[in-house]
Design a protein around this ligand. Structure first.
Ligand SMILES: [Zn+2]
Length: 318
């Protein structure tokens, strides 16, 4: 039986029910993601001890652990000591569940559904951990890289061609090569890390996952542009709220990335303010922006590139 037959047999079950399965599966993975988000940056084991309340230390009963549902039933508090459970737990579960539903709705019965579910399942804990701790645990980068390799191998086997696998490797080396250059140029010019090494490793893993060399530039473009816009807005808002509290923009990172931007680079660069005496007071994690770039480039990259060639450069050949 080939994959097409398998996928057509799956359609015996109505689509809305599959959608519900996708959502529920995402909620379960989201629940596990909460464990990763709490334990990985604290270098705790992810299996021991079993789930417990961090305040009163009592072990949770199975019905305290039902994704999304338990949080609502318990009204966001520990069953025993009534300590509040951070809203992040609910957000991560709902976000993962919705992203899995999205994958199913977008790709239906195909390998791409599983591939993008794996992406969201790993991207969400990376985002929350990097945002809070400014680190990306190696375990998650490795997991993403392995997912990329597995699917590249699968596509190679299914198409009896080495191309998908070679493209995955090429993308990984291109992407991480670009980032390691930015890393060293930043050290050379600004005597400071413009990117973390975790970002370079993430670039390698994302390359294996994207497996499309022509998307490296677009992914980088989106990451730095959205990151710069976010950084500038955060700077302006914080300065407006607290005029005397000066915030530093990690300008070396954004400006180096902006070198890669032909369209807005010069303009955005003008907005970035560099002040020697307030360094290190404001740090933006970059991983989430890389993941967003990879997500948009991976899902809509070819449409975006075609639109750009067609409308901006007028080059698209018909
Ligand atoms: Zn408790």
């Amino acid at each position: 039986m080939n994959l097409g037959d398998l996928f057509s047999q799956l359609q015996v079950v109505p689509k809305w029910l599959w959608g519900f399965f996708a959502f529920a599966y995402g909620a379960i993975i989201g629940s596990f993601n909460n464990v990763l988000i709490y334990r990985l940056p604290r270098e705790m084991s992810i299996v021991f001890p079993p789930s417990h309340c961090p305040v009163c230390k009592r072990k949770l009963k199975p019905w305290h652990n039902i994704p999304i549902v338990s949080y609502i039933i318990l009204r966001g508090r520990c069953y025993y000591c009534k300590a509040p459970i951070p809203i992040r737990y609910l957000i991560v579960e709902v976000l993962t569940a919705l992203s899995f539903l999205f994958c199913f709705l977008k790709f239906g019965f195909s390998l791409d559904t599983l591939r993008w579910m794996a992406f969201f399942g790993i991207a969400i804990p990376i985002t929350f951990i990097d945002w809070e701790w400014q680190i990306i645990p190696d375990e998650l980068n490795i997991a993403l890289g392995i997912v990329g390799l597995i699917f590249a191998t699968l596509y190679s086997v299914l198409s009896s061609s080495l191309t998908p696998l070679l493209e995955a490797l090429l993308t990984a080396f291109l992407f991480s090569g670009l980032f390691i250059s930015i890393y060293f140029i930043g050290k050379l010019i600004f005597k400071k890390e413009a990117l973390g090494l975790g970002d370079v490793k993430l670039a390698f893993a994302l390359g294996l996952f994207l497996a499309k060399p022509h998307l490296v530039f677009l992914t980088t473009f989106i990451s730095f542009t959205v990151g710069a816009i976010y950084g500038i807005s955060a700077y302006l808002i914080k300065n407006m709220l607290k005029p005397r509290f000066k915030v530093d923009i990690p300008v070396e990172r954004w400006s180096l990335g902006l070198l890669a931007i032909p369209l807005f680079g010069g303009i955005l660069r003008e907005f970035l303010i560099y002040e020697e005496d307030v360094r290190h007071s404001f740090y933006l994690a970059f991983g989430p922006f890389m993941l967003l770039g990879a997500l948009l480039a991976g899902l809509y990259g070819d449409t975006i590139i075609k639109w750009y060639l067609d409308n901006i450069l007028g080059l698209y050949p018909y």
